[in-house]
Design a protein around this ligand. Structure first.
Ligand code: HEM
Length: 314
């Protein structure tokens, strides 16, 4: 499947998830209010699904959209951080909704596995946002820190999405068990699969499919944002970090585009990794970047606004 079909599917599934959770809360659960009643609770699923699943998923796949690849990456970094911040704020308001209802009705807080998974997910997400902001957006953060952070950020990002889907599934299930009690409150029992249960179960399936599509997009290496390659041959990037990590540039290859190059660099550019066949230079022994991470250093440095980019005459 091409990227755009997958992306379109992801966009449509996200809209469908938000629409379905709104319909469930308004058609079967009495609509919305902010008055510590059950109607205030209804904001909880809506805001959690919209924030921690759909907006989060959209924010995660943003860099994969080829439209975002040209030119400066900074506006897209800001868009990514902004979408994630909005997702975080929505989920915090969603938590406030349920915590207030619980405290007004003197229901114990954080007793269920749903609430444990949920609160850990939001806490991890908040931590991920703060560390990501500090590490990738603050101009003072060093390239070596970004190198260490990036794989962790990507792994934790996918994990948070997985956890939030687990929280949604358990929350939907719990809500149906609480509300569809059969004779007790005049509803049909959950076990008889009334229309509300079919609808809410289907919402759960939609959320899972949305998550799988997002993870599929994230895991396809061919859809990663390509870093500027040597085929552009327009810029060279110079940092002390790269000089330390790569040493002499002679015979090295560019992180993405590979082949050895001889572009007449005036100074050692950021390029790596050194091939195994290459003898280590003295400066390679003095590396502050772990062996094997050179390519990542080069890619991160390319994104670093502090790194000077000097046009090279063709
Ligand atoms: C990522 C999504 C979600 C997260 C992080 C999350 C988190 C939480 C947390 C932390 C609580 C505990 C509140 C307290 O103890 O006072 C809670 C309660 C609850 N949530 Fe969610 N929730 C999510 C999605 C959902 C969804 C989609 C539903 C579906 C209706 C739902 C249904 C409930 C119910 C019924 C409760 C009250 C019972 C309990 O505390 O377990 N949640 N949620």
């Amino acid at each position: 499947m091409s990227f755009y079909w997958c992306f379109l599917l992801c966009a449509c599934l996200g809209v469908a998830c938000v629409a379905c959770v709104c319909v469930w809360s308004s058609q079967w659960r009495g609509g919305f209010a902010w008055d510590t009643s059950a109607r205030q609770f209804n904001w909880h699923p809506v805001l959690m699904v919209s924030g921690l699943v759909v907006l989060y998923g959209y924010g995660a796949v943003l860099y994969r959209v080829p439209l975002t690849w040209g030119g400066d990456k900074r506006p897209w970094k800001l868009a990514h951080a902004g979408l994630m911040l909005l997702a975080l704020l929505l989920s915090i308001v969603g938590l406030c909704a349920v915590f207030q209802v619980h405290s007004a009705k003197q229901i114990p807080a954080l007793y269920s596995i749903h609430s444990w998974v949920g609160i850990c997910t939001v806490a991890l997400f908040a931590m991920q946002w703060v560390v990501g902001f500090g590490g990738f957006l603050l101009p003072c953060s060093p390239v070596s820190l970004r190198v260490v952070l990036k794989p962790l950020h990507v792994w934790l990002g996918a994990s948070i999405l997985t956890l939030s889907i687990a929280a949604c599934i358990s929350g939907i299930n719990e809500n149906l068990i609480f509300n569809l009690k059969g004779t007790v409150n005049g509803t049909q029992p959950y076990s008889s699969l009334p229309p509300e249960a079919v609808f809410a179960n289907s919402l759960g399936v939609l959320i899972v499919v949305f998550g799988l599509v997002v993870l599929r997009i994230l895991s396809n290496r061919n859809w990663e944002r390509p870093e500027p390659g040597i085929q552009d041959a327009v810029y060279r990037v110079v940092t002390a970090e790269a000089v330390r990590c790569c040493g002499s540039t002679h015979g090295r290859v560019h992180p993405r585009t590979g082949p050895p190059m001889d572009l007449g660099w005036a100074h050692p550019p950021i390029i790596g990794p050194a091939s195994d066949a290459q003898p280590a230079t003295a400066s390679n022994d003095d590396r502050s970047v772990p062996r094997g991470q050179e390519r990542l250093v080069a890619e991160m440095a390319w994104d670093d606004p502090q790194v000077p980019r000097v046009p090279v005459s063709p």
